[in-house]
Structure formats: C-alpha cells, structure tokens
Ligand binder design. Sequence first.
Ligand code: C2E
Ligand code: MG
Ligand code: MG
Length: 449
Amino acid sequence: MQTSFGTGQTNRENTDLAFTDPLTGLGNHRRFFDKVERLIADRSDDPAPFAVGILDLDGFKPINDLFGHKAGDDILIQVAMRLRASMDSHSTVCRIGADEFAFLYPMVFSEEAATERARMLIEILSAPYDVGERTARLSASTGCSLFYSGEETTDILINKAETALYHAKRSGRGKVVVYTREMEEAAKRVTRIEQALRRAVSAGEVEPHFQPIVDLGTRRTIGFEALARWSDPDLGPVSPSVFIPIAEERGIIGPLSQLVLRKATEAARGWPGDLFLSFNLSPSQLVDQNTGLHILSILERTGFDPRRLEIEITETGLMNDPISAEKIVEDLRRVGIRVSLDDFGTGQSSLGRLREFNFDKLKIDRAFVSSILEDRPSEHIIRAILAMCEGLGMDVVAEGIEQEAQADRLVQFGCAGGQGYLFGKPANADATLGYLRDSFRGALRARAI
Ligand code: C2E
Ligand code: MG
Ligand code: MG
C-alpha cells in the first residue's frame, strides 16, 4: 500500500475521493451539500432563487433481487451516466444514497421550471436498461424545493426536498412534487399520529372489529373480516385508511398486526366452528420473512385452527417483492391458511399474478359493486371476473354491497359471496357475539356460550 502523506497532489486526491461516489464517479452527498452551501453563500446578495431536487428510483430493490447485485450496480452506473449527460454546464448531479440522486439547478428560478426539469430526468430514466442479455425498466420519483431567501440553510432546503419526495412516493410512481408549506403541516400531523399509535400499540389499545361475509344465496353468515379500529384520547377515532399507511411507513405495522390478530383469534374462538376469520396483511409484511412465523405462533398461543383463517393480500403487496411474497404465501398455505386477493380490480391488476399465485379467493373491489346498477362497463367487468374465478376454481366475494338491488344483480350473475353494510357494518367483539347468538342460537348453545 502506498503511503505518501504530505504532498499537495495526494491531499487533493484524498479530498476528491472523499467527495466522490466510487461506483458511479458522481459527486457524493458531501459534494452535494458543499455545492449547495457555496451557492447559498453566493446568493446572499443576489435575490435570484435556485432549485434543488432529490430523485429516488422506484422499486430498485426487487430489480437487485431479481437480476443480482452486479446487475444492480450496472444499472446505477447507467442511471448516473444518463443523469450526468442531461445536466447543462451550470447544473450538478450527485449520488447521495443507494438509489438516491440529488441535483442542483442554479439557473432554475420557478417551481414550474423545476418540475419541468425533474420530469425530463424521469423521462430519460424510463428508457430500458441493458442487463446482460435482458433489459430492465425503472421509474423514479422526485421531490424539489426552491431557495428563496437568505434565511434558508442547506439542511432546511434539502429537508424540504426530502419532504416533497416523501409526498411524491406516497402518490405513486414516477411523480414530481415541489415542496409547499402545507406539506410540513401534514408531516407534523403524521408524526403526531405515529407517536400516539406507538403508544396505543404497546398499551394494547387497537381493537379488531368484525364485518360479516355472507353466502349471497341464503344470506347466511359464513365468516367475518377483522378490521382494525383505534381511538386516541386526544386525536379521537382515527380511520384505518389513515393509520395503517402510517404504521406501514414508520415500521409499526408488524406489532400492530400481531396485536389485532391475537385479539381477533381470541374472539373468533368463541364463534361456531364453521365460521372463518379473514385478516388483512399489509404489503410491507409480505417483504418480511418473519411474518409467517409470527402468524403461526399467535395461532398456536390462542389455539385458533389455521384452517379457519384466511389472509387478505392486495396486488400491491405482490408487486413490491414477488419472490418474498410467494414464499410467505406458501408457508401459510402449507398449514391450511387460505389466501384471498383483496380489492381486486383497483391496483395494478395483472392477470399473470393469478396464474403465478394460488389464491383461494378473490374479493371484487367496492368500486365495481357500487356502480353495478348504473354502469354497463362495471357490470361486464364483474361478469368477466366471475367467469375467470370459476375457471380458476377460486371463491369470490363482492365487497361493499349496500343495496338489495346490488345483491340481487350479483346473485343473478352467479356471485356466491358478499360483504357490505347491507349485511352488517363492522362491530366489536361483544356486539359480534351478540349478533351470532341471534343468528346461530342452536350452534352456540351447543358450545355452551
Ligand atoms: P379492506 O380490507 O378492503 O376492507 C374493507 C373496507 O371497506 C373497510 O374499511 C370496511 O369498513 C369498508 N366497507 C365494508 N362494507 C362497506 C360498504 O358497504 N360501504 C362502504 N362504503 N364501505 C364498506 P375500513 O375498516 O375503513 O378499512 C380500510 C382498509 O384499511 C381496509 O380495506 C384494509 O386495507 C385496511 N385495514 C383495516 N384493518 C387492517 C388490519 O388489521 N391490517 C391491515 N394490514 N390493514 C387493515
Ligand atoms: Mg380486506
Ligand atoms: Mg377490500
């Protein structure tokens, strides 16, 4: 190893290395902060704004898993080359994280111009990448912020771009978002909910409610879907469509889900033995290989028969990391747990998935059911889904049935299962038991409840 301390040349080389990303040759996060810092100093007496942006590759991890790390590195190098080639002489791009790049546009003075530049980068990155014999495609999301006054520091400016990026990621793939003050308010609210939820989960304060799933022909209840409910002393009741995504993003979904599953299976043990319990799993749980183990250990502890449990997953859950999801699904099915595809028809539906995965059941999304009476296309789509499920030997449940006429139409099309306010709203464990006492008097008496 060469040790040549002291020469000016080597010092410069060392400094260059410290500011360079070795994989792509672009500047690293230190270079980026340094550049922004200098530009802020330059603009101290010049009122012209400038723009910074952070670009994050969507779904890079599955590409790494699918093609290998060497291919992942090759793609990052190609991304870096394209980004560098698209910069003009004033602008800079650096690699500031594994699949995160940052750019600085000193001559971009408005939000519109920043958005346009960022869109162009996303467009450039969307062309296919060579990976040996194969090609891969990527999309990217970008958050931008503009420097307006001398009061802003590099940290604040980059944090704002990060906040905007977070909003871009949340609203789907390939989006550009420019920072606004409302985002900061929203981010604060999310943090408040996160903290309150962490406390509630450790105190065991999230409860399952149960919504009946019926045989549409006879109207008999055949099972229940467990739906998480949470009410905070200060925030009041918070909807699961708000707290579940926050739990996923902030890494609370595992413990939350285990709490709700434990309580749900404890409650469902007291129901007639032929009723199933359906339980939702979040996409992020399907990339965690411990999910299966956690579920099985809860069933063991509560003594709930795995053959009475169904797990609902969405297409998004399968998209993130199909290999991991498939493994978890196989583990669950091996012990007799059934697997349903939830909200079918809304996400990035891919019929290919239905062939790759063995689903026991498909749940038709409420959006189709709510328009079945007025809208011909919805009717055709539902009929096509029913025919497909019959061919593939899958059970079907139509979600969100609110009117008799909708139920009638679904029966007429041959849909066997239904769920919705028409048959019952989600209710807590006690109310559910009361409902079952009324409808299954004989069966429950036999079990001495
Ligand atoms: P989902 O799994 O599709 O659940 C069905 C949602 O539709 C529930 O909303 C239910 O209350 C609502 N719903 C049922 N019937 C009707 C109807 O006739 N009309 C209308 N307008 N709505 C109806 P909810 O309880 O607000 O849950 C929202 C979503 O939150 C669920 O959608 C599910 O994705 C998620 N979620 C709820 N609990 C859990 C949980 O324990 N774990 C996970 N991972 N996700 C959960
Ligand atoms: Mg569901
Ligand atoms: Mg659903």
